[in-house]
Design a protein around this ligand. Structure first.
Ligand code: ZN
Length: 83
């Protein structure tokens, strides 16, 4: 359910919007953290970016391998191929 955060901000010349500190704190957004942008109808939704496994889309136990994200289950599956 979407509800207003009680904040109105102006978009600057470069299209940037400052997220209030209270929101950044509440949603654990720190400087340099990746944020993913979603759209839903006429809404723009920001979410902390969580890497997904390139094979199965899982967000659980995801590790970085050669700049790709792979989950533990798929990693296991690949290890089995070696046997
Ligand atoms: Zn996977």
């Amino acid at each position: 359910m979407m509800k207003p955060a009680g904040v109105v901000r102006k978009v600057d010349q470069l299209g940037r919007i400052v997220l209030p500190k209270s929101l950044r704190k509440r949603y654990l957004m720190n400087e340099g953290d990746p944020v993913e942008i979603f759209v839903q109808g006429d809404h723009i939704i920001l979410e902390r970016y969580r890497p997904k496994c390139v094979f199965c889309g899982s967000m659980v136990d995801v590790r970085d391998f050669k700049d790709r994200y792979v989950c533990g289950v798929c990693m296991e599956g690949m290890a089995e191929l070696q046997r």
